[in-house]
Design a protein. Structure first.
Ligand code: PEP
Ligand code: MN
Length: 331
């Protein structure tokens, strides 16, 4: 609900308006000097009861979809600070690392390589949501420990996917950004729990989710109290069989227009083929993404999961440098 108030509202009228809103268990958030967003369960009251108050010009009930993630309510870009990295501030974020953390030695080696290449965040899966129960499921908490050690050693914030809300305490201790994978984008109980943490959340788009559905999932996290959400386009399922998923880059331009949250793109899971990762990463940056997430490995044949899409670590520096050049061109 958006309340438009008279610029010259008397301060006692404004204070009384705020009290009335707060008494209903709701909150007033300033958008600009004339527009205020009412947050909370606004369906519990009738807008007419606000409209009659002195200084109130109009009350507009927003569609019951997303409010907090929308630029209407928050016109300026959200910038997420994690360790010494800012995501969404106009710079490019490169989240790079293996699909899964397979050993302490391996993740340290890869962390050193991605740091050297210019990556800003280290990725690595600990609990892997795999299509088949017979595929490698990840090393779990052991992997989180290795990932944190590697991140600390090379001064890189780390991102890893959570699959069960009971692990939240563990993630709060070990990771800097908590990833919600594509398969869990609509796990609303998990999203609500993630509203209680201060850690940034990387929310991946579900393979069959619309842009609106992605935004509503993000809204769950913001509504539950955590404003630090980064959206990730990682491809959607279409009729096309020659790519793992179809990388929907139109979503990036649309998302950047309607939400203030940072948007990053994962070309690796979309194309599913190391040969095409570079071009699609460049296209993602050209489309205005705030960064890319790339699965890399120094010896791709040794990857236990997603080996075919693992980008060669030795080529990462070049990808990052070219990506930065593209960013300069589109500025
Ligand atoms: C991942 O990033 O490790 C992953 C499993 O990706 P997605 O959830 O997009 O399939
Ligand atoms: Mn993977």
């Amino acid at each position: 609900m958006i309340i438009t108030i008279d610029k010259n509202i008397k301060s006692e009228d404004y204070i009384s308006l705020e009290h009335i809103i707060n008494d209903k268990g709701l909150f007033l958030k300033e958008v600009d000097s004339e527009h205020f967003l009412v947050t909370g369960d606004t369906y519990k009251f009738d807008e007419q009861s606000i409209l009659v108050l002195p200084g109130v010009i109009s009350v507009t009930r927003l569609k019951p979809t997303y409010h907090l993630v929308s630029r209407d309510a928050h016109p300026w870009d959200t910038v997420i600070k994690v360790k010494n990295v800012s995501i969404g501030d106009g710079s490019l974020t490169f989240m790079c690392g293996p699909c899964s953390v397979n050993s302490e030695e391996e993740i340290k080696r890869i962390a050193s390589g991605v740091k050297e290449a210019g990556a800003t965040v280290l990725r690595g899966g600990a609990y892997k949501p795999r299509t088949s129960p017979y595929f490698f499921q990840g090393l779990g908490s052991e992997a989180l420990d290795y990932l944190k050690k590697a991140g600390d050693e090379y001064d890189l914030p780390v991102v890893s996917e959570i699959v069960d809300s009971k692990d939240l305490e563990l993630y709060e201790k070990y990771v800097d950004i908590i990833q919600v994978g594509a398969r869990n984008m609509q796990n609303y109980e998990l999203l609500k729990k993630l509203g209680s943490t201060k850690k940034p959340i990387l929310l991946k788009r579900g393979p069959s989710a619309t842009i609106d559905e992605l935004l509503m999932s993000a809204e769950y996290i913001l509504k539950a109290g955590n404003p630090n959400v980064i959206l990730c386009e990682r491809g959607i399922r279409t009729f096309e069989k020659l790519e793992r998923y179809t990388l929907d880059l139109s979503s990036v331009v649309i998302l950047k227009k309607i939400t203030h949250l940072p948007v990053i793109v994962d070309p690796s899971h979309a194309v599913g083929n190391y040969n095409f990762v570079n071009q699609m990463a460049m296209a993602a940056i050209a489309s205005g993404a705030d960064g890319v997430m790339i699965e890399v490995h120094d010896h791709p044949v040794e990857s236990i999961s997603d080996a075919f899409q693992a980008y060669k670590l030795s080529k990462l520096k070049n990808l990052i440098e070219k990506g930065k050049q593209i960013k300069e061109i589109i500025k």
